[in-house]
Design a protein around this ligand. Structure first.
Ligand code: NDP
Length: 333
């Protein structure tokens, strides 16, 4: 079977030599407490760039020569003794960039697809990116009806869910994305109040006109975007640091220059990691499943066909090649 391993740590952008494909003999068999799975879908996430870096973070780096870490959806082929899973069960798991994997049964979760949803939604609103949007906006951003919410990286997996939850909660939502087509999708399908292309030469003026001053900024981007936003805060604004994709490939990340406005505006800036909310995932999933069931929640996926395409698809996250959630279709449903 095929798997893809980390070949060398990239300096800056991911290179063709960063990963290496391997064909290995099929010798996988689950022991007690394990399951053998066939991978159907893989999630591509900006965080993967961080996992390639040999630094202290919330999770250890991927080792050179190891299968690239990735979350995904898979079908159980065989279950070892003591597992309640049976062949054919569809599970959410972290198999990595491989066609087959043996995983600890307690680290895979059987999926029950709620009404109106599809399996793939477990990499979207019902998966890690949806949970990130939910807890980041509600718990960290504490957005309220009538407030102005600005979302960067708005047409991506997390951002598109943040925009929709913001509208549901009655906020005025201004979305920021990198192409006019993405902005059209945000305004037409996701019903944001205004979408602005940050690559436009008039971006700052358009932002000032549409936003004025904001109450909540959900930031997926960091860098210049964050520094500019910090000059446009209402009193008691909340700045949610979800991600800083503008800096993930840089060897010298941009610093925070406008932070002193936090003092004058009595504002809060706060980072968070979705895993810390694990005990509360069920409440978020229940609410998001209800929005999917009543047809009021849009989902978009950018699908890349074939495991071997994963290394060249990952950089799409850094050049805006995806709209909605970027996934790799490995096999099956
Ligand atoms: P997305 O689907 O949003 O993909 C990334 C998008 O970022 C691209 O499509 C691109 O869109 C935009 N982008 C890339 N480079 C830049 C840049 N230099 N300036 C502005 N925009 C840029 O990814 P996710 O939804 O999976 O992740 C979004 C963010 O959330 C990431 O920063 C990620 O690290 C973070 N995250 C944080 C978690 C947490 O627990 N805190 C958990 C999960 C994700 P465009 O065309 O608009 O440029």
């Amino acid at each position: 079977y095929t798997r893809i391993v980390l070949n060398e740590r990239p300096e800056g952008d991911i290179q063709p030599s960063t990963f290496r494909q391997e064909r290995v003999a099929f010798d996988l068999a689950p022991h007690a407490g394990e399951v053998l799975v066939k991978v159907d879908w893989l999630s591509l996430d900006p965080a993967m760039r961080g996992w390639l870096r040999d630094v202290r973070s919330y999770i250890p780096p991927v080792k050179i020569g190891a299968v690239m870490r990735a979350g995904g959806l898979a079908t159980v082929v065989r279950a070892g003794q003591g597992s309640t899973l049976v062949p054919g069960d569809v599970v959410s798991c972290s198999p990595g960039w491989t066609e087959y994997a043996v995983l600890k049964a307690k680290e895979v979760e059987k999926i029950n697809v709620p009404p109106g949803a599809q399996v793939l939604d477990f990499l979207g609103p019902l998966g890690m990116t949806g949970l990130t949007a939910y807890f980041g906006l509600l718990d960290v951003g504490k957005v309220k009806a009538g407030e102005t919410l600005v979302v960067s990286g708005a047409a991506g997996a997390v951002g598109s869910v943040v925009c929709q939850i913001g509208k549901k909660l009655g906020a005025k939502v201004v979305a920021i994305a990198g192409t006019d087509e993405k902005c059209r999708w945000l305004e037409t399908d996701l019903n944001v109040d205004k979408a602005i292309n940050y690559k436009s030469p008039t971006f700052h003026a358009e932002f000032k006109k549409a936003v004025g001053y904001f109450d909540v900024f959900f930031d997926n981007v960091g860098g210049d975007m964050l520094n500019f936003a910090l000059t446009r805060m209402n009193k008691n604004a909340r700045v949610v640091l979800c991600g800083a994709i503008a800096d993930y490939n840089s060897t010298q990340p941009k610093g925070l220059v406008s932070y002193m406005n936090l003092i004058s505006q009595r504002a809060k800036i706060e980072g968070f990691i979705v895993f810390d909310y694990a005990a509360r995932y069920p409440e978020a999933l229940k609410e998001m499943a209800s929005w999917i069931a009543d047809g009021s929640f849009q989902r978009k996926f950018t699908v890349v066909e074939g495991l071997q395409k994963a290394p060249e698809a990952l950089p799409m996250l850094f050049n805006g090649g995806n709209t909605g959630k970027l996934v790799v279709h490995v096999s099956g449903r």
